[in-house]
Design a binder for this molecule. Sequence first.
Ligand SMILES: [Zn+2]
Length: 70
Amino acid sequence: MTEIVLLSTITCPVCGHMKEEVMQTDACQYFYDCESCHSVIKPKTGDCCVFCSYGTVKCPPIQQGISCCS
Ligand SMILES: [Zn+2]
């Protein structure tokens, strides 16, 4: 089995605030509330979740090579 990384640091595209978040393995996070500027962040076009767009680590299904939500 591949080792899955569950910690990802999200950088808010609006204010640049960084926050380490724990990802869920069974669900993708499509919306993310920045705790600093309170913007609701959505993934970029073509990305399945906010971690793929703005995190340091992509979401667990992508790490496993599975296309999760498309
Ligand atoms: Zn922000």
